[in-house]
Design a protein around this ligand. Sequence first.
Ligand code: HDE
Length: 702
Amino acid sequence: MADHERLYRATAVTQSSTETVDRSVEVGTGGEPHQRGDGPVLTTSQGVPVSDNQNTLRAGPRGPALMEDFHFREKIFHFDHERIPERVVHARGYGAHGYFEATENLSDLTSAHLFQEKGRRVPAFVRFSTVAGNKGSVDLARDVRGFAVKLYTEEGNWDIVGNNIPVFFIQDAMKFPDLVHSVKEAPDRAFPQAQSAHDNFWDFISLMPESMHMIMWAMSDRAIPRSFRFMEGFGVHTFRFVNAEGKGQFVKFHWKPKQGLQSVIWDEAVKINGADPDFHRRDLWAAIQNGDYPEWELGVQVFDDDFADSFPFDVLDATKLIPEEDVPVRIIGRLVLDRVVDNFFAETEQVAFCTQNIVPGIDFTNDPLLQGRNFSYLDTQTKRLGGPNFTHIPINAPKCPFHHFQQDGHMAMHNPAGRANYEPNSWSEGGPRADRERGHKSFAEQVDGEKRKMRGELFADHYSQARQFYRSQTEVEQAHIADAIVFELSKVETPAIRDRMVAHLPNIDAGLAKAVADGLGMKSVPAAHEPAREPLDDLQTSDALSLLKNGPQSFAGRKMGMLLTDGIDDGLLESMIDAVKAVGGMVEIVAPTISGIVTANGKEVPAQQKIDGGPSVLYDAVVVLVSEEGARDLKAMHAARTFVADAFAHGKFIAVGDAGAELLKAAGVTDLDAGVLSLAKKSDAEKFVSTCAKVRHWDRLS
Ligand code: HDE
């Protein structure tokens, strides 16, 4: 054996894997695939079999590499080009497949094919995201979440590119680059990443009174959701339904999670980011893989011109919402996510949502934010995906028949044969041709006005709905909003920016202004900015705006963290696991080592987390089931003490067996309350799990 061959043998390790790996690609014509014993032979992308994937072609074992090594050059070249530009906003995201089903016939409102018959189903792809952070940033940043839905209908793709908050920071698309620049890393130092707690953001916001309503939402717990599965989605803008007679009605879209609404609290968010920066994507992946498919109802608020004219705000202003008490949400469909992606890049990264993607029966309104978006998304996809043919990528291609005369361009995959590439032509028989009946028709709106850079008069009310939102929150939620503003402004280094921001708050609520000023150690609340339009004080509060009033009804889809040690009672363990599973919850075992524990009866129970890697912030509620000896060992471990101390501090429900009391004491948890339940007999398990239907023991936190 030659020297270099011996060296090769010494470095190559036999691969073993429990998963089947299929990297084969279907080829169009000819030839048997290259086979090597039990699997395919590695080839170049030109299909040439490779003899050695460990070493470059060299002149002698210690000599220079040779340029003619086409295999090496092709491999490195392709690797060098693996990345495409990340999204300028919403770079970090996670997608899944599913379906949408119409649960109503809406032919009176819209001619959209999807809604002509109850029960009509179409495939769907959804991508959730944060806005500010880069692709590799943490999941639990305080941020708005994107909720972008692509419906592959039989009359083309319909994208509802929404957020988990029903309003937005700005009223006119002209301001979007400024908003985004202010929240992203400062251009000189390139930090902070995925955060709004810094001077530039609050400098901009404090100069933009129109953002105050959105700021109330962004500082609420809506901006730190427990999971994508527990958040609402909103189309934000007012759109239009148009029926077969051409009659138009305004419409706002809402996605309502069947799971209920749930968020984490700020201290948890900060710690989750360290313990599991992928918390949200892992959650969605695991839920779908476990067959626990998340589901949302699609609701609409439909209203006419008379309502729009009588509403105290402009329905074209995306910083305003229409309370559900004024226009009830009518449920018209359901969205179920039941399949994870096969390939993250191909699907989640390459999916190209465009607000311009609408179908017959749906139309835009003159919302100045929406109109700007209709330009931006197409433009951004062309840059991101490298050319005009991104609709050829399977995730973006319509699933209905399509025919047009577009051709060529980078990476063209649809290349029709024949001579006719223009219209009208007399070559091809019958088409394709436009169809006045079936084709998309815009709502025939009368338009008239002076050509000027300007905004509608009612857009000038910046505080009324901020006040309505704040006053619609429970006390706990109001306190979290004040705490969040204090936290963020405490990271602002320039006192004048802090003052300027706090001076908006008296226009929203005097109590909020005082709480924030106190939290910042200000001697008094700064004098309020003069509002451009006097805020209304008589808007009814709305229960739909509160997270806590719309929480989950059970422990379904939520996760129990069980801290266990050797020697525990088998019956108690089993009854707890059964009780959680019976309501559709998940269990994760946390133990002193990853090998798990052995029960009193000698049963081996594997762990999913070693205690250091499984802090209680990762769970919705916790169980501490330990033996006396186990409690003694855990008492000496910082991670175990923090597990219980944090669970208690975060208002979590805790079930604790007799021996666990020692650990609680050592963790400083002595002031036990109704949220700490005893786990002494089997029936305690069910009682505990039904108590956990509530999100937390809020009394402990108020
Ligand atoms: Fe976006 N937004 N946006 N946005 N947006 C993008 O498109 C833009 C706005 C939203 O998962 C970009 O593909 C402008 C509101 C989501 O792939 C870009 C304005 C709402 C996603 C863009 C807005 C959104 C984006 C960047 C002001 C909620 C991620 C990459 C008028 C209703 C979609 C891309 C995904 C992404 C522009 C405001 C939601 C640059 C100009 C309001 C969920 O085109």
